[in-house]
Design a binder for this molecule. Structure first.
Ligand SMILES: *Cc1c(COP(=O)(O)O)cnc(C)c1O
Length: 397
């Protein structure tokens, strides 16, 4: 079949919930993807910040193959070794005390919300608590995750959503303070807003909220689904600040392509939170995904990926500064580590499409941001190639 035929047949079979780029991807190697016609693409999107190790990492593939031969699923009614190891490794790098593995990011958010509500319920002896979330946030597409997502366009058709959510402005401590009531049990935000347009939280905001939470026994929930797992140069973005969340979420690069997420918490929260009967999942944390998480964490440690990100992101950031300087319709550059955004006055969808013609994959965020979230293994030569291809597009668009 040729490419157009594949696309037509996919469009006939799949529910049309995405306007997809006309690309039929076939295989990946390192930082590159290849389509069914054999065309090569330099990938600065990494399957939306998932493929941190790039494509076809030998050690990762071997771990998955071995686990497929051994055991893929048991349910959570029993113990299994890979998930026990994955949990220990996750707690070690996060500094959390207890973790629950989910099947996706949205489900990790659902779990985090339930964990916070249960904590407040146990503490106060009654329900009816509130959570403060941020405008322009993104936490996923399930109903609970939508309830804390500050984007009217995503929410409207599905209202009423679960209640007890108040919205404040990201990086505006006073706007958060204004939403606090006697019922507030948690404050939730992305340490770096991703879909909203690549906005890192300021130190003043993060540390101000953490202090506020401590003072009022409000739980701080950080969504590290996109910005975690080494992407910002630390294992988790909150580790750039002098704070520790009470609950945090992870997903995306946690399994590097295997569907897995997690919510984790400190012992102080766990003591008053979810107990048998409160929460569950059939697939979540099965031996197959456990082996994936375990391999990802091992490889990241062995290859010193966070240190690598810290180094290479400086190089990428300089290139992007140069680009922002050179083209007057690129009005801003912001980001941290390998989570970078360029604000464009020209349509970002068109720019991303033109990049494909040059063999470069980039994605967008918000309405006017080109988002670069490459595999964490990129090297200077990949940054150079990206800049060359990207500039060819910018100079003709
Ligand atoms: C992608 C994302 C989610 C949702 O994850 P899914 O796996 O798509 O459900 C939640 N929060 C953030 C910050 C994300 O980037």
């Amino acid at each position: 079949m040729d490419k157009q035929q594949y696309i037509n047949e996919a469009e006939e079979a799949l529910l049309h919930t995405y306007n997809r780029f006309p690309l039929v991807l076939d295989r990946g190697e390192g930082v590159c993807l290849y389509d069914t016609d054999g065309n090569r693409y330099l990938d600065f999107a990494a399957g939306i910040a998932v493929m941190a190790l790039g494509y076809s990492n030998e050690k990762y593939k071997q771990a998955l193959k071995n686990q497929i031969d051994q055991l893929t699923h048991t349910s959570n009614l029993y113990y299994n070794v890979p998930t026990m190891e994955a949990a220990q490794k996750f707690l070690k790098v996060s500094g959390m005390d207890r973790v629950f593995f989910t099947n996706s990011g949205a489900e990790a958010i659902e779990g985090a919300i339930k964990a916070a509500k249960k904590y407040a319920y146990t503490r106060d002896g009654h329900a009816d608590h509130e959570i403060i979330a941020m405008n322009h946030s993104f936490h996923g597409r399930t109903l609970g995750a939508l309830a804390v997502t500050g984007n009217a366009h995503y929410r409207e058709p599905f209202e009423p959503l679960p209640g007890g959510i108040r919205f404040a402005d990201f990086n505006d401590l006073d706007s958060v303070k204004a939403q606090i009531t006697d019922k507030t049990c948690a404050i939730l935000f992305e340490t770096v807003q991703g879909e909203g347009g690549i906005y890192p939280a300021t130190e003043q905001f993060v540390e101000g909220i953490a202090a506020l939470c401590k003072e009022k026994d409000i739980l701080l929930i950080l969504d590290e689904i996109q910005c975690g797992m080494g992407r910002t140069g630390k294992m988790f973005a909150w580790q750039h600040y002098d704070i520790k969340p009470d609950i945090m979420t992870s997903a995306k690069a946690l399994g590097c392509g295997v569907p897995v997420g997690a919510f984790a918490m400190t012992e102080r929260v766990a003591e008053k939170s979810l107990v048998p009967g409160d929460h569950g999942t059939t697939y979540g944390g099965n031996p197959f995904v456990g082996a994936a998480v375990s391999a990802v964490l091992d490889i990241m440690e062995e290859e010193h990926l966070t240190e690598h990100v810290e180094k290479i992101s400086g190089y990428l950031s300089e290139k992007l500064d140069d680009i922002a300087e050179k083209y007057d319709f690129i009005t801003a550059h912001r980001g941290i580590g390998l989570m970078q955004g360029l604000v464009s006055e020209k349509p970002v969808g068109a720019i991303a499409s033109e990049c494909l013609k040059e063999g470069l994959i980039v994605i967008t965020a918000g309405t006017n941001v080109i988002r670069l979230v490459p595999p964490l293994i990129i090297e200077e030569k990949h940054v150079d190639e990206m800049a060359e291809k990207f500039e060819r597009v910018l100079s003709r668009i």
